[in-house]
Write a new protein. Structure first.
Length: 211
């Protein structure tokens, strides 16, 4: 196993960057059944940029502050963002209530379970390379619901690399989100456009949970 500890506290293990290692043994996601079946059978997956969620008119799925991190010291805000185009695939930690996830969008009618998150992330990374995209290590972790919290200077300095992409306000805490984050290194992609990939049949690592 190849392990690199970064200055900011993350760990890169076998090509995946973790905020906390290991990742959960499984992950879940609410979806429309038509897209869930395509993901399982063909591996069709869409990676959306943070700017997509900034402009999405949905109280649950949209967030105009998406990717803009902020904490405060003595009521003075300290903020950060990314110069790269950042793409995310959002899911949830396995203990999240199904009913919570299904309520995020009226179109959601099934839950999928990713039974091997590491292999799933590796397949996404491989598909990006095979399609000649230039991305950083896939970066995975739980979302922190602490936007604009008052912290100490030591706590601010403890923030991990790209912490802004793993931060949302407390009003979203019920989503209990886990993210796969990918940073474009080419600076040539059109801003705001999603990436559609095929990562191959996923019946061995994704299950459809009837609801």
């Amino acid at each position: 196993m190849s392990t690199v500890s970064t200055i900011s506290g993350t760990q890169i293990i076998d090509g995946i960057e973790y905020n906390e290692y290991p990742a959960p043994d499984s992950l879940i996601k609410a979806m429309e059944s038509v897209w869930a079946m395509q993901l399982i059978a063909q591996g069709n997956i869409r990676l959306s940029p943070l700017s997509y969620y900034q402009n999405l008119e949905s109280d649950e799925l949209g967030d105009n502050l998406e990717g803009l991190g902020e904490l405060q010291i003595n009521s003075h805000p300290y903020a950060t963002s990314s110069i790269n185009e950042i793409f995310v695939w959002c899911c949830a930690n396995p203990e999240t209530e199904f009913s919570r996830l299904l309520s995020l969008d009226n179109a959601y009618d099934v839950i999928i379970q990713i039974t091997n998150p590491v292999e799933f992330v590796n397949r996404i990374s491989t598909a990006l390379r095979d399609n000649n995209y230039r991305f950083s290590h896939p970066h995975v972790g739980r979302v922190n619901y602490n936007r604009s919290d008052e912290v100490t200077i030591d706590r601010l300095q403890e923030q991990m690399w790209h912490w802004n992409t793993f931060q949302k306000s407390a009003s979203y805490e019920h989503q209990n989100e886990f993210r796969i984050v990918l940073s474009d290194l080419s600076f040539t992609l059109a801003r705001g456009e999603a990436i559609n990939l095929s990562i191959g049949n996923c019946e061995d690592i994704i299950e459809l949970i009837e609801t």
